[in-house]
Design a protein around this ligand. Structure first.
Ligand code: SF4
Ligand code: SF4
Length: 162
C-alpha cells in the first residue's frame, strides 16, 4: 500500500469513528433523547441501577424478617477467594423432633468480592441475590465486612421458601 493510500485509509477510519460519536453528541444535545450519561453524584437521590447490575451480594428477607438460608455452606465453598464465612449451629426442630442446622451469621467480605456470582449460582435455596447498591466507599475497611442475615431474622418454613 502506498504512503498516500495509507493516510487516506487512516483518515477515513478516524472520520467514520468520529461520525458515530458526533451523531450521538449533536442529536442528543438538541433532542435530549437516549441520553445515557449519568450526572452522578448530582442524581444520587434518583439514580436507579439496572436489575442486572452486580453491586453486592445480599440476602433476601421477606416482610416477616425471614430468610431462606439453612447454613449449608455451599456458597462458602464455591467462593474462590474466601469472601464468605458461614457460622451455623444445630438445634432440635420441635415439629420433626430432629436435629436441624440453622444460620447464626452469614458473613460477607465485600472488600474481597470480585462479583463473580459463583456463590449465588451455588445456593440451592436462592437465599442470596444481587443487590444494586454501589455506594460502598468507606474510610474504614472493616465496614465492608457485612452480616447478610438481618438481626432477629430466622429461616422461613420450607413451604414458604418455594
Ligand atoms: S460473588 Fe464471587 S467473589 Fe463475591 S462472594 Fe460470591 S463467589 Fe465470592
Ligand atoms: S446462602 Fe445458600 S448456599 Fe449459602 S449457606 Fe445459605 S443456603 Fe447455603
Amino acid at each position: 500500500m502506498s504512503y498516500f493510500s495509507e493516510i487516506y485509509s487512516g483518515v477515513k477510519s478516524l472520520l467514520t469513528g468520529m461520525s458515530v460519536t458526533g451523531k450521538y453528541f449533536f442529536v442528543n444535545l438538541f433532542t435530549r433523547k437516549d441520553v445515557i450519561t449519568q450526572q452522578y453524584p448530582d442524581n444520587i437521590d434518583t439514580l436507579k441501577m439496572f436489575d442486572r447490575f452486580r453491586g453486592e451480594v445480599i440476602m433476601y428477607h421477606n416482610e416477616n424478617n425471614e430468610h431462606k438460608c439453612d447454613a449449608c455452606t455451599l456458597c462458602e465453598k464455591a467462593c474462590p477467594n474466601g469472601s464468605i464465612e458461614i457460622i451455623g449451629d444445630k438445634k432440635v426442630n420441635p415439629e420433626s423432633g430432629k436435629s436441624q442446622r440453622y444460620l447464626v451469621k452469614h458473613i460477607y467480605h465485600l472488600e474481597m468480592c470480585t462479583m463473580c456470582g459463583l456463590c449465588i449460582e451455588a445456593c440451592p435455596q436462592d437465599a442470596i441475590i444481587w443487590g444494586q447498591d454501589f455506594h460502598h466507599v468507606q474510610y474504614d475497611r472493616s465496614k465492608l465486612t457485612k452480616v447478610l442475615n438481618k438481626p432477629g431474622s430466622k429461616m422461613m418454613s420450607k413451604s414458604k421458601a418455594k
